[in-house]
Design a binder for this molecule. Structure first.
Ligand code: MEV
Length: 439
């Protein structure tokens, strides 16, 4: 039985590594060696990463790739993607190239509203609370001015504060439901700071109200926190082309491909088991760009899936139709993203990713990310309804399998060539590798 440890965070990095290696691994020297191999030789860069979180032992790499040739609203982008899944960047690049020859992607931002809530308990007469709220609202906004004044100078800030009565859900439960525009910042710290100030004002001003009973004066704030559900921070991206232009593959008529794609989307709209996987493929593209640009992919994931179930049924984030002899394919997705603040100046790779994207505004980044999601879904559906997903997937995964088996560079070259025309299932690759070695 391993004993609990006191004061782990106070240990030096070397002591932390010694402790974890000795207590939780079979081979401490090997553990230490693995952790140290990922240290950066540039001490300043290493220190930067050490200080992002507590108890850092080493760095955790993900590949950063580029999907070029994305034509979005007439601008050509090379999109940085941080992801470990073999086929994602390849699929994005393929879809980008396909739509480059067909007018590219059109994207537009439908809203930028961010949301935060102060959840509180009020034990008394709702009518009196409503009367109090009318008078306290300007005070809530005024007391938050030290936090909001810079954001206001740039055109953002608090958009509204609404009192919501949720006593139908829970006895005595009310909210200040607050909306914000945080411009190019994701805005989590800004919003949370405003909310905590609203909560302070709410409590102190309630104490002064002469028409409140003692119980009513005692507003109990439960918590003040932004919401990652942002249905009005919404972006739309779409592609379309004449039906006849849809396909490059002579094995399937373009009309047939279009019909199959529309049907595949229709299945994802009605069948939640399929919708989750369909949307997972979209998030392959979304998360990879969100991560590369230093944004909070957990926030995006939570918000997107909540949006996908806003009707009460979990459904597809993309839509497709054939109309007037055209194929149309589009996505609407909530994305609260930032291109200033957070990691954007701090993490050299994030800064570089944003430079590669031509230093986008938050709204431009929303459009780019939505396009990456749409492209990924297009690529996945096109494979799924034609050759199946494994052909392309295993081709990309081939290198992982060969690396796992310790193939040399020349063995890799021979086997990659071998699997150009054969489906690279795991067992077929293992067999071919052993045949080559034993030859
Ligand atoms: C794999 O990461 C993603 C797919 O399963 C998405 C889909 O099925 O649409 C290929």
């Amino acid at each position: 039985m391993i004993a609990p440890i006191e004061g782990f965070s106070k240990l030096t990095k070397a002591e932390k590594i010694d402790w974890i290696a000795a207590n939780y691994t079979d081979n401490p020297p090997v553990t230490k060696n693995i952790l140290q191999r990922y240290w950066n030789s540039d001490n300043q860069l290493q220190k930067l990463h050490d200080e992002f979180i507590e108890n850092t032992l080493t760095n955790y790499y993900l590949p950063l790739g580029i999907a070029p040739n994305f034509l979005i609203n007439g601008n050509l982008y090379a999109i940085p993607m941080a992801i470990e899944e073999s086929s994602v960047v390849a699929a994005a690049s393929k879809a980008a190239k396909f739509w480059l020859d067909r007018g590219g992607f059109k994207a537009s931002v439908l809203g930028t509203e961010k949301i935060g809530q102060v959840h509180f308990m009020f034990r008394g007469d709702t009518k009196k609370l409503e009367k109090f709220f009318v008078t306290v609202k300007p005070q809530l906004i005024a007391d938050a001015r030290p936090i909001t004044k810079n954001m206001e100078k740039r055109g953002g800030g608090i958009r509204d504060i609404v009192l919501r009565n949720r006593t139908d859900q829970m006895a005595d439960y009310y909210q200040l439901h607050c909306t914000f525009d945080t411009l190019d910042a994701m805005g989590a710290n800004f919003i949370n700071s405003c909310l905590e100030q609203f909560a302070r004002t709410l409590k102190t001003e309630a104490l002064k109200v002469d028409y409140f009973s003692e119980a009513e004066k005692n507003v109990e704030v439960v918590m003040s926190i932004l919401s990652n559900y942002v249905p009005n921070c919404l972006v739309r991206a779409e592609v379309s082309c004449p039906l006849a232009d849809l396909n490059e593959d002579p094995a399937i008529a373009p009309e047939e491909l279009a019909r199959k794609m529309v049907r595949a989307v229709a299945i994802a709209k009605t069948e939640p088991y399929r919708a989750v996987t369909h949307n997972k493929g979209i998030m392959n593209g979304v998360d990879a760009v969100v991560l590369a640009t230093g944004n909070d992919f957990r926030a995006v994931e939570a918000g997107v899936h909540a949006y996908a179930s806003r009707s009460g049924n979990y459904t597809s984030l993309t839509h497709a139709e054939i109309k007037d002899d055209r194929f149309r394919f589009w996505i609407e997705i909530p994305l609260a993203l930032g291109t200033v603040g957070g990691l954007t100046k701090l993490h050299p790779l994030v800064k570089l990713a944003l430079d590669i994207l031509q230093r986008p505004s938050a709204q431009e980044l929303m459009q780019i990310v939505a396009v990456a999601g749409l492209a990924q879904n297009f690529a996945a559906l096109r494979s799924l309804v034609t050759t199946g997903i494994q052909q392309g997937h295993m081709k990309m995964h081939l290198l992982n399998i060969l690396n796992q088996m310790g193939a040399t560079a020349s063995e890799k070259a021979i086997l990659i060539d071998h699997f150009k025309n054969d489906t690279a299932t795991h067992s077929a690759v293992v067999d071919a590798f052993h045949k080559l070695r034993d030859h």
